[in-house]
Structures are given as C-alpha cells and as structure tokens.
Design a binder for this molecule. Structure first.
Ligand SMILES: C[S@@+](CC[C@H](N)C(=O)[O-])C[C@H]1O[C@@H](n2cnc3c(N)ncnc32)[C@H](O)[C@@H]1O
Ligand SMILES: [Zn+2]
Length: 425
C-alpha cells in the first residue's frame, strides 16, 4: 500500500491487524515510528547548519527505505542498505517513484561500512539492540551517528543479564528506567567510539515506551575521546528512601549503605553516561526545523521543546512516585514538608528544591523513616535539628513529572524530562 509521509508517497507492506511493529512476513514497516522519522528529518535539516560538509547519509537498515527516501528529499546523498533483497528492491522503487537519486545496496551493513565507508551520517535502526553494528558505524562515520535501540528491557535493567552482556554495564531496574536505558545505551556507544579514539557526544536523545533514540556527534582525537569517557560513571540509589548519587569514573565504589536512611537496599548502576543527553541549542534548532507537512509535527515540537528545556543532570524523579513515597510517610506521621510554590525552572512545572536546605522542599531522603530516625540521620549528616521537624503538608499532584538533579551540588533546579518515561507512546 502507499502511504504519505513528510510530503512523499512511499510504498510499504500492509501491516497486520493491530500490529504496531513487526515484519509481517515481508519487508518491515512500522507506521508508529513516524514521530521518530520526523525527528530524524528535522535533525538532518538542523545538522546541515551545524556541519555544512555533511553530505552522505547511510540508511543502514533501510527496509522500505523510508528514512533514506526522506533524507534524499532533503538533499542528502543517500545509500540504502539491507540484508533483505525484497527490502532493497522496495527501497529502490521508493526512491525512483519520488524521482530521487540514491544508491541501494544488498549487503550486511557491517561489511558495507568497512568496505565503502566513511559516510558522513550513519543511521542505525535495527531490530532490538544496535550493538552488533556499533563498532562498524562508529569507526566508519564522519559526523553523526543516529541510533535506535528497541531492546528496552535489557537497557533499563528489567532483563539484567541481557543488559550486562550486550551493553557491558550493569543497568538497574529503577524508577527512572527509560533514562537508565538511554544512559546505558549512550555509555556503550561512547565506549565503543573511544576504542577508535573518537568522541561520541549526544546532541539529541529521546525515549518512548518502545525505543531509545540518540544522535551522537563524532570528533576524532584521543583527548576528545578521553573527555567523553570521563563522563561515564555510576549511580547509587537507595530503594527505601529514594536517595541517589551519581559519581564519575570507571572504577566502581558502590555505597554499601544509604547515607540518608542507613538502609542497605542500595543499588548501583553503571558505567552509564552521566553527561548531557542533548545539546539544548541544537534541540531548539531541530524543533525549528520541524515543518507542518510532517504527520507528527505537533508531537515532535512538543518532544523537542521538552528535550531543549530539560536539565542535563542525571537522574530525574517521577513526581508521582516521589509524592507517593512521601505520602506514605505523611500517612504514618501526619505531616510532610511542603514543596516549593512556583519555583519552576525555565517555564517547567514547579521545582522541588533538593537537599533539605530550606523548609520548602520534598527531600527524597524523607520518604521513609519516623522522627527519631530522621533526627539520627540529621545528626549523621550534620543538618540543623530544626530540619528534622516533620513537614506540614504534601501538595500531592499525581502524574506530574519532574527531573530532580542529583543531591550535590545544593540548590540545583528541577525540570520536566523527556526521558522521564518512554514519552511518545
Ligand atoms: C527495524 S527494520 C528498519 C526499519 C526502517 N529503518 C524504517 O524506518 O522503517 C530493520 C531492518 O534491518 C535489516 N537488517 C538486519 N540485519 C542487517 C544487517 N546486518 N545489515 C543490513 N540490514 C540489516 C532487516 O532486514 C530490516 O529490514
Ligand atoms: Zn536510604
């Protein structure tokens, strides 16, 4: 059947009834990935201003060739590759039908990249994990590598062993699992690029229920690669009181007990990427490049607006869960400290100050524990005794999402996060 996407007409296989994803026995096409593709096209447009020399685009797993066709319509010099001969034939037909130039290649993309690379932009859109293609892509791309990963369960620690095997990291199943997934993915890609003395810096990333997507800008050089590796590290998190702390470095030094509640249910994840997952200015430029002929223009703009605004510090808290945890304490002890009124960050919903520095914040560490335990904790942390006084009330707002920066440094703000859940589905 023919579909319209981004002002082009592309022939794709019929989807099975109700299927949002799958091969359908033929060439793969997933209509629900239109948002991902619209963001890709906007990124390719914005990237041209950032790096005018970027000309060649490899649609490494082309299937119907829809990404390649859309990139060709943007003026990129496109190669569509696939191991499935039917896919290659369909991609070729789709380029022709739209009067666009482009090469179609029936090859394993790893072999192609080593034989015919480098390409300026390489787009990996595999089934499941992109890791089997990461070395070839990062060693044979010049400017930008676009990566989709749909294996969300291994990435976020829900399938722990699989995550460890594939990503060479320990991803933990936390409250912020989409962000955990994204940071695990970026970590593996950064370490892969570093093997070739290449820095891979995420300039844009977003997550949905079904996938994580990141765009990594490359820079050759050992020092640049070292700078990237320096942004890897670990996050300790207490399952009881929600305390979390990221620490950079590749030598793990996991906390054995929680410094806030003294509990021993501390999970350590890593090495994950602790740097920014996007460049705010670039995200704004990508948002500007979204046009109304895109079927998902509205959602793309909303998503990219959030990406541009969100904090670049790990990790975010789900406000609903945070208040739920604090609410339990309220239920037990009657009072909860009041969140800051209207202390929003860059237009985001209200901020939650951290660290218990003022009597106006929800401190994750206060989620559990009675007055005596809190007093002991305050003594241990050297906090003024007055802070151990129970809070007054809880402004409970379900389904509100915030990004809570890590505890130190104090007084850092909070914002909504595009990685606070698998956002676009
Ligand atoms: C998820 S689909 C790609 C979807 C497509 N990019 C889109 O936007 O609709 C994955 C594709 O990767 C292809 N593929 C799998 N392994 C490959 C390999 N080693 N080299 C090239 N293509 C491969 C499959 O045949 C399949 O068509
Ligand atoms: Zn704790």
């Amino acid at each position: 059947m023919d579909i319209e996407e981004g002002g082009l007409t592309v022939s794709v296989p019929e989807t099975r009834d109700g299927a949002s994803e799958g091969t359908g026995g033929g060439v793969f096409f997933n209509p629900t990935q239109e948002l991902n593709r619209d963001v890709t096209v906007a990124t390719l447009r914005a990237y041209r201003d950032r790096e005018p020399r970027a000309e060649t685009y490899l649609d490494a797993m082309a299937a119907s060739g829809i990404r390649g066709v859309r990139a060709a319509a943007e003026g990129y010099d496109v190669t569509c590759a696939d191991v499935d001969p039917d896919a290659v034939a369909l991609a070729e037909r789709n380029l022709d039908a739209n009067g666009l130039d482009g090469e179609t290649v029936h090859r394993d993309v790893n072999a192609l990249l080593y034989d015919e690379g480098p390409f300026d932009v390489v787009d990996l859109d595999p089934y499941g994990t992109p890791i089997p293609f990461a070395d070839a892509a990062l060693a044979n791309a010049r400017n930008l590598v676009c990566v989709t990963a749909t294996d969300t369960a291994p990435l976020c620690g829900a399938h722990l062993q699989s995550g460890i095997r594939k990503y060479g990291a320990v991803p933990r199943n936390t409250d912020y699992h989409p962000e955990m997934g994204l940071r695990t993915l970026i970590s593996a890609l950064v370490r892969t690029a570093a093997r070739y003395d290449v820095a891979a810096r995420p300039v844009l990333s977003h997550v949905s229920r079904h996938y994580a997507r990141t765009y990594l800008e490359l820079e050759s050089g050992a020092r640049a690669a070292d700078d990237c590796v320096d942004q890897l590290g670990y996050v300790d998190g207490c399952e009881d009181c929600l305390w979390r702390e990221p620490s950079r470095g590749l030598i793990a030094d996991p906390a054995e007990t929680c410094p806030v509640c003294g509990g021993d249910r501390v999970l350590t994840a890593g090495p994950i990427w602790l740097g920014a997952v996007a460049d705010a200015d670039f995200a704004r430029a990508v948002r500007e490049a979204v046009t109304d002929d895109m079927g998902e223009a509205k959602r793309a703009r909303k998503l990219l607006g959030t990406v541009a605004r969100e904090l670049d510090t790990p990790t975010h808290y789900d406000q609903h869960r945070l208040y739920k945890a604090v609410g339990r304490a309220r239920h037990r002890h009657g009072r909860v400290r009041r969140p800051a009124a209207g202390r929003g960050v860059r237009g985001e919903p209200r901020a939650l100050p951290r660290d218990g520095g003022q009597d106006d914040g929800v401190d994750p560490g206060d989620a559990r524990g009675g007055p005596r335990r809190r007093r002991r904790r305050d003594l241990r942390l050297g906090r003024p005794a007055s802070l151990s006084h129970p809070p007054r009330f809880c402004d409970y707002r379900p389904n509100r999402r915030v990004c809570l920066a890590p505890r130190p440094p104090p007084s850092a703000p909070f914002a909504a996060s595009s990685t606070s859940r698998w956002t676009d589905r």
